[in-house]
Design a protein around this ligand. Structure first.
Ligand code: 6PG
Length: 273
């Protein structure tokens, strides 16, 4: 993998330090976007890992000046109502959205409860195209996309072997094939995720170590479509960062890593600034 294409990998001692480092990366991304375009479009990851990160972000006073120019989007959502305990929106609402000064028009929820998920996907794609833009591109250029990692190498709701991994002309799709407790989902597609100005994966805990190694240190020469979905999120060089705690990084053997203390997010080529 060429140097430029290699993701930045930051490893923190534990999950608490990961959340603090993630909050500083959020500040870095927000500052770059607000300085360059006067608005910050950020997409949240689902699952459980982001909860502590969100709480750390809500306590970042360096963001106070910019919340009124921030738009929050979602990388994926389960096909459940927003108040359902499985809803990614509900998790974000409880850990971040209710804790910071965002108006309703600044939070763009995926309508997982919609009876017609394909229509809900198309509606969300239209909102991304209209609000985020650029109009000249089929894919929205979000300033920062947060992503989690499943133990099977999925990210957002892009699961191994899913036919939507081959979608190249839509930014949002409805999927089936998620885990039994929430099989139907809405998700951003690989090209939509890869169009972002910066993508940050967060993974914590030993249970993710094998998946992290499968993504960051794949066997050489394998076909691209054999890679885990998370390995197929490919923003432009310099725009991909993995934020791990030691436990999640424990199976890495040849990946250079920066410790947060020595890592200056801005120096990582905050792309799109
Ligand atoms: C979802 C997420 C999913 C998540 C991973 C990791 O809706 O479930 O988008 O991609 O990020 O499954 O989940 P945990 O953080 O709970 O381990």
């Amino acid at each position: 993998m060429s140097e430029g294409a290699r993701p930045h990998v930051v490893v923190t001692p534990d999950a608490a330090a990961l959340s603090r480092a993630g909050a500083r990366l959020w500040v870095d991304g927000a500052r770059a976007a607000l300085a360059a375009r006067g608005v910050f479009h950020v997409a949240l990851a689902g699952g459980t890992t982001p909860a502590e990160l969100h709480r750390a972000v809500s306590e970042e006073s360096d963001l106070d000046y910019g919340w009124h120019r921030t738009h929050v989007w979602f990388g994926d959502e389960r096909a459940v109502p927003p108040a359902d305990r499985r809803s990614n929106y509900r998790m974000a609402k409880e850990t971040l959205l209710d804790l910071v000064p965002l108006s309703e028009s600044q939070v763009h929820r995926m309508r997982g409860e919609a009876p017609d998920l394909d229509a809900a996907a198309a509606d969300y794609a239209r909102a991304l195209a209209t609000v985020v833009g650029p109009a000249s591109s089929a894919m929205p250029e979000l300033d920062l996309v947060w992503l989690g990692l499943g133990a099977d190498g999925h990210t957002a709701s892009l699961f191994p072997g899913s036919p939507v991994l081959g979608v190249v002309d839509r930014s949002v799709v409805a999927v089936d094939g998620g885990p039994p407790e929430s099989p139907r989902r809405l998700t951003l597609t690989l090209p939509a995720l890869s169009a972002a100005r910066r993508v940050i994966f967060v993974a914590s805990g030993a249970a993710k170590a094998e998946a992290v190694a499968a993504v960051l240190e794949p066997p050489p020469g394998g076909p691209s479509d054999a890679l885990p979905p998370a390995a197929r999120v490919r923003p432009a060089p310099g725009r991909l960062l993995w934020l791990l705690d030691e436990a999640a990084a424990s199976r890495l053997s040849r990946t250079p890593r920066a410790h947060p203390a020595g890592f200056t997010p801005g120096a990582s080529g905050t792309a799109g600034a």
